[in-house]
Design a protein around this ligand. Structure first.
Ligand code: ADP
Ligand code: MG
Length: 437
């Protein structure tokens, strides 16, 4: 599913209202009845012309096999709504037609922005001072990266597994689009928190629906790096980041040569791609952290012929957990009772702040996180990032179609059930325009 911006500038205000109405209606209906679209759009005349324009452009799709006439929002429609909102705010002027990266779960584009847009971004709600990450931001000052989350765009092999999720799995009831919104919101929370704590990550400019706008780094992923003047220095930097993330309560989970950018000829690293990141308290945290470490070790040995001295490898227990525990002991010693889940102001802490707690406090329900984690795990499968989508775009499109039909055929009874679930109604962060950071 490629981003096709051809119709973006030709849609009329009425078309946008109808498209927005379909999105609004999608919150409670998998297939939005035409009468409801008309009502939500608050247009007095007929909406059939707009419906036809939007359907022809592939932004909405008529769903067969339903008992009523209705439409669903396509990923294309969601893309347009998100872009429209960034364009209206003068954040994005144009979008490159060739993606910078096409992964399994996202499309990444370079977009033109006003000069130094990143400097105009407000301080975050945490009130932290703005700090520049180690990596250089100003280089791409008039360009930014638009990352579009696309959960559900899966390789042919895993399409069956995913259908099983959609049809049989009790906890997996959200649509793929909903999960992509959640994934983008989660990535945005991590990105802001890490940036504010001086980690070398892109700076978040905006988040809207299933997209993120962030600073562009002209640094290739490690796997494409042509030269490196100081392999031991690069390795030391990577280990320092892996350990420091852990000490801040976070395990990246995909800390590898695809998600670590490095400026050519330097050991200056930028960490990207966070939706799968977990807390060190997660049951699989240690396993994920050690897998990240092992994977990188194997890669650096294979790619640069540099054998890592096992004795110098960081250890989960000693270098991560002990540091975190020591901080808790410090807090108790100061006469502060530290209850489970209790938050302690940053000034009172000694040592690194627990960023996992910050992100957990951003309003995602446990159920949402579980669904997202499951979806990402399935989508990545055991294949690793090496198998990028993109070559198989046509297959992907077919998969989308199949999946959509499946989505279309489960619907209504599930929708009603959802209302009864206590935490199902919680708003997904970044759901609307106000969700911008
Ligand atoms: P995915 O989840 O699809 O792997 P990533 O966030 O890893 O998405 O982005 C995919 C690719 O896009 C990366 O491997 C990198 O080449 C490029 N990319 C992503 N973000 C940036 C950025 N801020 N600056 C430069 N390149 C980026
Ligand atoms: Mg990636």
């Amino acid at each position: 599913m490629k981003l096709n911006t051809a119709h973006l500038r030709y849609l009329s205000p009425d078309d946008w209202r109808v498209l927005t109405a379909v999105e609004l209606g999608s919150k409670n209906h998998e297939v939005v009845p035409t009468a409801l679209i008309s009502q939500l759009s608050s247009l007095h005349g007929s909406i059939s012309r707009s419906i036809s324009t939007l359907a022809k452009a592939g932004l909405i799709a008529k769903v067969k096999n339903t008992t009523y006439d209705g439409y669903r929002l396509t990923y294309g429609g969601l893309d347009y709504l998100s872009l429209h909102s960034m364009i209206k705010k003068n954040m994005v002027f144009s979008i490159s037609q060739t993606p910078l990266g096409v992964g399994k779960e996202s499309d990444v584009y370079v977009v033109a922005t006003p000069p130094n847009l990143h400097l105009t971004v407000n301080k975050t709600s945490e009130g932290m001072a703005e700090v520049a990450p180690a990596a250089r931001l100003e280089e791409g000052a008039e360009q930014a990266v638009l990352k579009i989350h696309r959960l559900g765009r899966i390789s042919f092999r895993s399409v069956k597994r995913s259908r099983d999720y959609l049809n049989n799995n009790r906890i997996f009831k959200s649509s793929w689009q909903q999960l992509s919104r959640l994934s983008a919101a989660r990535e945005a929370s991590f990105m802001s928190a890490l940036y504010n704590h001086n980690f070398p990550v892109p700076k978040l400019i905006s988040q809207n629906r299933h997209t993120l706008l962030m600073t562009l780094h002209r640094a290739p992923p490690l796997r494409n790096l042509q030269s490196c003047p100081d392999i031991p220095g690069l390795w030391a930097r990577l280990m320092e980041l892996l350990v420091r993330l852990g000490q801040h309560g976070l395990v990246h989970g995909d800390f590898n040569e695809f998600n670590l950018l490095c400026y050519e000829g330097t050991t200056e690293v930028v960490v990207i791609d966070f939706p799968q990141m977990v807390s060190v308290d997660h049951p699989n945290a240690r396993e994920m952290w050690e897998r990240d470490l092992e994977g990188l070790k194997r890669w650096i040995q294979r790619r640069w012929g540099w054998v890592v001295d096992e004795k110098t490898l960081p250890r989960w227990e000693k270098d991560v957990l002990k540091v975190i525990r020591r901080r808790v002991v410090e807090k108790v010693r100061k006469g502060k009772k530290v209850g489970k889940g209790e938050k302690v102001a940053e000034e009172e802490m000694e040592g690194p702040v627990r960023l996992d707690a910050l992100v957990d406090a951003t309003g995602f329900s446990k159920k949402q996180l579980k669904e997202l984690e499951k979806a990402i795990r399935d989508q990545r499968g055991g294949d690793g990032e090496g198998e990028q989508a993109g070559d198989g775009d046509e297959d992907d499109d077919d998969d989308d179609e199949d999946k959509d039909e499946d989505e279309g055929s489960e619907k209504e009874d599930e929708g009603e059930e959802e209302d009864e679930d206590e935490d199902e109604d919680e708003e997904v962060k970044g759901e609307n325009d106000e969700g911008d950071y």
